[in-house]
Design a protein around this ligand. Structure first.
Ligand SMILES: [Zn+2]
Length: 294
């Protein structure tokens, strides 16, 4: 698709620099392509700026941000009553119209629609619209009604609410197969995004199979911050299936901390053979025990 630069102009207005329409746009019409450099969150930090917001960056995917410095996107502003939205297609970000936009009107998006669960910054809003929320925060913190409205309008890129959706399904769905799938999918999200959901499941879920899955995923993520949760599961869970998996996960994480060694040695005296055997294997994995010749 060819998008003329003449569609828009970045210029100053009473309220600061913004993007203005040089012609009228129909709903869903493409307005411009957001160009810029792709950065990871750590690239942004390395540049010494406080957050993706202060870098004027736009969420591009689960891993990347687009920094539009020197491009039109740099002047695009937020409104709590947006007339445009971010749309990703063929690995590019476009700005498209939500509602009809008249010539000379400012084009604005709602920043919250491109803030995922790990975008944990906020900003005062002075958009001045009658629906102004005063503070701009990530999508999952918007009022539920507004989230639903935006989802129905189809203006939220998939990668923004995929993580929170996965988490919600993992905890709440009635469909056991779907829950197990979602819990496994949390592996890809890394410790910071997955841990709160996994911990909630490990502590409170009624199904031992589901608690077992959460312990397994902690082991796959291999982050030592999960150790206290797993040790607790080995000590307190009523199901040997869950205790077994928590021991395996401690072996997979591979850290020989005092609490890990303590609990594993204790498990060698457990009355359940499966717990004893698993603990023995984990101690071998951790180099604490010689592999037995038998
Ligand atoms: Zn506002």
């Amino acid at each position: 698709m060819r998008l003329s630069v003449k569609n828009i102009e970045a210029r100053k207005s009473k309220s600061g620099r913004g993007i203005f329409a040089l012609r009228s746009f129909r709903p869903r019409e493409y307005i411009f392509e957001m160009k810029g450099k792709l950065l990871t969150a750590s690239d942004i930090e390395a540049e010494g700026v406080f957050s993706a917001l202060s870098a004027h960056s736009y969420r591009f995917s689960e891993e990347l941000y687009l920094s539009p410095i020197g491009e039109n996107g740099d002047s695009l502003r937020h409104s709590c009553m947006p007339n445009a939205y971010v749309y990703k297609s063929h690995d590019k970000l476009f700005i498209r119209a939500i509602s009809p936009i008249a010539k000379n009107k400012e084009v604005r998006i709602d920043y919250s629609t491109i803030m995922a669960d790990d975008d944990n910054w906020s900003m005062r809003c002075k958009c001045g619209t009658k629906k102004c929320r005063q503070v701009i925060k990530r999508f999952s913190l918007l009022p539920k009604k507004l989230q639903k409205k935006y989802e129905e309008m189809n203006i939220v890129p998939n990668y923004i609410y995929s993580v929170s959706e996965i988490c919600a399904v993992s905890v709440k769905s009635q469909n056991l197969g779907l829950r197990r799938q979602s819990i496994l999918a949390l592996q890809q999200q890394g410790f910071d995004k997955a841990a709160p959901t996994l911990l909630e499941i490990l502590r409170h879920d009624k199904s031992s199979v589901i608690r077992h899955d959460a312990a397994f995923v902690f082991g796959q993520i291999q982050d030592k911050r999960a150790i206290p949760y797993l040790v607790r599961a080995v000590q307190k869970d009523i199901s040997d299936l869950v205790r077994h998996e928590a021991i395996e996960a401690l072996g997979d994480i591979g850290m020989r901390t005092r609490s890990v060694e303590g609990i594993l040695w204790q498990c060698l005296k457990d009355k359940s053979p499966i717990i004893k055997d698993t603990a023995e294997m984990a101690l071998v994995t951790l180099g604490e025990l010689e592999q037995s010749a038998a």
